[in-house]
Design a binder for this molecule. Structure first.
Ligand code: PLP
Length: 430
């Protein structure tokens, strides 16, 4: 059954039927749902902080107990030796982002990784100095991009080019984006945009953008904060130069938890690339000879600075095991169906209450142009409506002046959650 052929109904029986046919339905039980709300929670903020897998506790307790038992010797004697703890994550993460194991590493936090990668891949020279990004990029990305430009003694005013939606539109027109790349031509050093826009939920054609960037001689990187664990990614095949993401959104790996980075295989063995180095990026076999002169690990691991924060890594590993078991193919199928159902519910509620309040979904209607997130513009009512939703037990995200962002996460949200959201929305309107 595909999303296109499905006829939905706004009823609890229908929602329950959908859940009964959902091969991922049992995964819901593997997560802790918040209990702080008066009414039963509808948790739709997995795009901001994923829920805690129940297995996380066991993974962290293992490290606490190994630390107690072995002290420093845990680096080699722990059940999962800390010296190479990040390696337990590598293959699982590689599958999630469509990469070869050599191309990924779990380390640091997202913004840190973006900086480390840009130090290597943003190399303004002569005429080729500009960065192309999306307008209203996530603030941390804006600061990172601006400071990278300043780091090279350049002015962001002149060297940071933003692509914005057309007048009166919410989404970036992809043709405009490609045309902009062509137009910048040999002035373009790097394209760096969010694979999924955090505000609108728009998914970009990363393969097409990468191809266009490479055609004019630019490097192409993506921030995948809202894409990793959400979108079926193929970073290797798409020929993307570099990417970074965080572990705590769709990947459910604890608040501020460890993040990941991707560096394409063709850059795997490039000791010539400038980088900010640390000992954990040093060739593993000779790391403890502690010699002067930096000899990087091959592949993404060569961008690591420090030894792994094992407790955070343990939470990440617990969650990655779940992704591995469920598989991104099944997750992607459910994502499209669940999001389409939520979209249908919102449209239905909007239609039935048109005289009071209307909703405009600004996220693309086309499932191939979005992930699990829907961003809703609430015309006529703003924060009051959102506060009432919160009272009903809905955990969603509010952005001024009147955008509600919701994301049904395929691993733990149900069709019944979508139905219940609709009921809460109707009550909130009234
Ligand atoms: C969530 C998010 C971040 C957060 O960065 P941290 O370094 O993890 O705090 C950065 N960029 C985007 C696009 C995000 O969505």
């Amino acid at each position: 059954m595909t999303t296109a052929t499905m006829i939905f109904e706004n009823s609890v029986d229908f929602a329950k039927k959908m859940d009964a046919n959902d091969s991922l339905a049992s995964y819901r039980d593997r997560f802790h749902f918040p209990t702080f709300t008066e009414n039963e929670v509808v948790y739709f903020t997995g795009n901001s902080l994923g829920l805690q897998p129940k297995s996380v506790k066991k993974y962290i307790e293992q490290e606490l107990s190994d630390w107690a038992k072995f002290g420093v010797e845990g680096h080699f004697l722990a059940k999962r030796p800390w010296f190479s703890y990040h390696e337990f994550c590598t293959e699982k993460v590689a599958k999630i982002v469509g990469a070869k194991p050599l191309e990924v590493v779990v380390t640091h936090s997202l913004t840190t990784n973006l900086h480390l990668l840009m130090v290597s891949f943003y190399r303004p020279e002569g005429k080729r100095t500009k960065i192309l990004c999306e307008s209203k990029a996530f603030p941390s990305d804006q600061y990172a991009l601006e400071s990278q430009i300043r780091f090279h003694g350049l002015d962001p005013e002149d060297h940071l080019v933003e692509i914005a939606p057309r007048e009166g539109e919410h989404l970036i027109n992809e043709d405009d984006l490609i045309n902009k790349i062509d137009q910048l031509g040999d002035e373009l050093a790097m394209v760096m945009i969010g694979g999924v826009n955090y505000y609108t939920g728009q998914l970009f054609d990363m393969e097409k953008i990468t191809e266009a960037g490479h055609k004019v001689g630019a490097v192409v990187g993506f921030d995948l904060a809202h894409a990793a664990g959400n979108i079926n990614l193929h970073l290797h095949d798409w020929d993307v130069d570099f990417a970074a993401w965080c572990g705590y959104k769709y990947l459910n790996s604890s608040p501020g938890g460890v993040s990941g980075m991707f560096v394409h295989e063709r850059h795997a063995n490039r000791p010539d690339l400038p980088r900010f180095a640390g000992w954990w990026g040093y060739d593993k076999d000779t790391r403890f000879q502690m010699e002067a002169g930096f000899k990087p690990m091959k592949g993404a691991e060569g961008w690591q600075l420090s030894n792994a924060p094992v407790l955070g890594m343990a939470a990440h590993l617990a969650s990655l095991e779940i992704f591995d078991e469920a598989g991104m193919d099944r997750i992607g199928e459910k994502r499209d169906l669940l999001t389409a159902y939520l979209e249908y519910i919102i449209d239905d509620v909007s239609k039935k209450n048109a005289e009071r309040c209307t909703f405009e979904i600004v996220t693309p209607r086309n499932p191939s142009k979005r992930g699990a997130q829907l961003s809703i513009l609430a015309h006529g009512q703003g924060k009051d409506l959102f506060d009432e939703l919160t009272n009903q037990g809905v955990v969603a995200d509010w952005r001024e002046p009147n955008v509600i962002r919701i994301a049904p996460a395929p691993l733990y949200n149900s069709f019944e959650d979508c139905f219940r959201f609709g009921r809460c929305l109707e009550k909130a309107i009234q």
